[in-house]
Ligand binder design. Sequence first.
Ligand code: BG6
Ligand code: GLC
Ligand code: GLC
Length: 954
Amino acid sequence: MPHTEREELTPEESDQLLLLPGGYPPLWNHMDSIGSVGLRQREGAPGCSQEGLPCPSDSSELVLECLQQFKVTKTQLRQIQASLLGSMEQALGGQTSPASAVRMLPTYVGSTPHGTEQGDFVVLELGATGASLRVLWVTLVGIEGHRMEPRSQEFVIPPEVMLGPGQQLFDFAAHCLSEFLDALPVDKEGLQLGFSFSFPCHQTGLDRSTLISWTKGFRCSGVEGHDVVQLLRDAIKRQGAYSIDVVAVVNDTVGTMMGCEPGVGPCEVGLVVDTGTNACYMEEARHVAVLDEDRGRVCVSVEWGSFSDDGVLGPVLTTFDHALDRESLNPGAQRFEKMIGGLYLGELVRLVLAHLAQRGVLFGGCTSPALLSHGSILLEHVAEMKDPLAGAARVHAILRDLGLSVGASDAELVQYVCAAVFTRAARLCAAALAAVLARLQHSREQQVLQIAVATGGRVFERHPSFLSILQETVMLLAPECDVSFIPSVDGGGQGVAMVTAVAARLAAHRRLLEETLAPFRLDHEQLAAVRAQMREAMVKGLRGEASSLRMLPTYVRATPDGTERGDFLALDLGGTNFRVLLVRVTAGGVKITSQVYSIPEYVAQGSGQQLFDHIVDCIVDFQQKQGLSGQSLPLGFTFSFPCRQLGLDQGILLNWTKGFNASDCEGQDVVCLLREAIGRRQAVELNVVAIVNDTVGTMMSCGYEDPRCEVGLIVGTGTNACYMEELQNVAAVPGDSGHMCINMEWGAFGDDGSLDLLRTCFDANVDQASINPGKQSFEKMISGMYLGEIVRHILLHLTSLGVLFRGQPTQRLQTRDIFKTKFLSEIESDSLALRQVRAILEDLGLSLTSDDALMVLEVCQAVSQRAAQLCGAGVAAVVEKIRENRGLEELTVSVGVDGTLYKLHPHFSSLVAATVRELAPRCVVTFLQSEDGSGKGAALVTAVACRLAQMAHV
Ligand code: BG6
Ligand code: GLC
Ligand code: GLC
């Protein structure tokens, strides 16, 4: 027998634990009298035991044995508390635990109410209160401490609905909603509903929650594994009478906690004992492994009903608990709940009484069909019967109704049974609450925990003695905690409305976010139109007609053939870094030595002379460091700005782009400007052989490895592409055969207004604030120099709408260029996600909630996705043109790519590739990332030129 395994109690413990509530004397002192109750025998009566009736001393043994099973010692309670705490901590740490452990389900409630929430809300409660469903109309007035009585109605759920198909249950709920609302003077449209659904669920949002498994008396098919919010929405739609938005879903414990009138401090634990039992509490988010969140707190639903550590619960479980479990809807599950929840207490009492009757100790050894049927004794009966004053009379009445004849001494015994079952429940619940308190104490690192616990559920509401036993036991188990118990308002309805109010505000914010980002989301038609417009502009540009694409000839006619040799100097100007390089091209490969020099903004935007003098200074420094002083190596100059070239070593700067704006350069030959600067610095001799755009340098550099590389693409500070065009299509250069690399200067695409339909007000803001308004439209929607700015403008807009940062913009967010494009790459990186967003934005002086962080992430995603898709549409136009030029059914081609945005952003490259596949399905395009920078390509162009010059010389 289980009781024989228990340790002996100290006299103090036995007093504390055996003293029954409500003034009962310790039972054991009275065993003699219980044992000698008159055991009448009704021979032959139906339902009565006829043989082996115990003699009086046996019967006292029997009763003692029965009731002793319900005894839980202080040591056992402590063990349960410790084991439950361990199970909680394991689940928090993300260790996959058996189904029998507590679940620790994070809810999406991150803060306790402010008291300022307001509005009218419909609340639907399902699952807390046995076989009934409650609908409430709650008005939050937005003033702390002020409350309006809600209207409410309770509906009984027919048993066949509780066990039938899920759709039937949700249709029933929708029907009850309509019936309730019909009686109120409310609009049929725009109602907001909070759904209190009291079963274990995996929540993935305030309005998304998947049922893990039914508990208590429900077992509807087709609901487990589904989003219950969606099921309710579908049912409301089917019902059709009202347009109701299901805004939030919460567990009853959360409604209880949130609906508690704030006292001295906020209520941070919600405890429910109703049909089932459970608690929620505010945990530090960083301790919840499944959450990607390291700040603040989050409400976690413990789901302690499923706790079932055999080691500690085994000795406590009685033969009656085992019988109850076997006959339940969910055998083996929710073992802890089955000792505490109101759904089970009556049943436990019934099983004990039936057992004692069958053993001849009660009711003259007679049972009745009712006593032997499931569910005939309810929680209410237990509570009434155990009442020390009126209880005896109730025992008679209740049991008589069950067809039992109750003898004078039976009543007292029945009362003991009820008290034992009820007391055990309260004590076990206290052990579980003590585990939560210990957890809070630990996570908050507080010696003395002062905490308010909101209590909810009919057991607390109707049977105050449960709370007194619970309180007394908690004091025993957690003496260092100062706990105040506060009853929740409107059975949690007010709390559900609070959560709904917050959720409604968030949903409104989300709508504004969606509206703001909608113009960034381009569909297939829009992208195909971009491709087509680009194609048209290419053709016009090549013909020399008015076009936003200049289609500049580069005089590069072939990609390298591998026979190039020699040492070359290269300059790489126009990207993030200015570099000077020494490139050694040998039979064994290419060896590069390089150094990065800075170009301060005052130089990039100062006078041309100053800029080119600075460049020459850097070359001189490099030559000295490399021991090259005095040597006149051939030099290739990667100059990443639009130049009209008349030969390989001539490039007239058409206009500056990106962050450069040095005076007196536009319209000048850049090679001459460099040579003049060399002249001013008499000590150096340089032989400038070629000027190349970075796209060309990149294509050449990748072309050295892969002869199929006939396109160069840059997505960095700026964006641009070049490709090998048929010479006959290039009006500006004579000749009909062969190819020439064309620098498209696609950054300027759309400067003629052709992209205006796609441009948003944020693009216009960025353009207006730039140093070249009205120029480089395509570039300003795609490249690294601008994406951060676009995001910043969107964030400012959303802040002005009150959607972000509680409507409070910081001075820093209003500063131009403060939001770097590299933040997009970091924020969107899958491994770091929301934590990263927080860290970055907090560096900008913004304090943000996790909802803010998520929205900022979505803004970044929308902006970078549009950029990648536009870029992909451009590449599609280019490869399609090459394919058609060559009259091919299918083209296989490689694209050499460089640029920090392309390389560092976690999703940019795959989005470009996907868009190209979609828009140029007949081209097989491989993207090659340039690892050596375009300086290597410039050196290769120079090498080719030197080789050709040597050949001409020979
Ligand atoms: C570098 C190339 O790797 O990428 C430069 O060497 C090019 O020529 C640059 O301009 C583009 O990227 P970003 O991000 O530096 O502008
Ligand atoms: C059950 C449910 C739980 C609920 C509790 C009280 O244990 O699984 O979600 O909170 O009952 O109603
Ligand atoms: C700008 C320049 C272009 C360059 C591109 C990438 O668009 O005008 O020449 O290729 O940036 O750096």
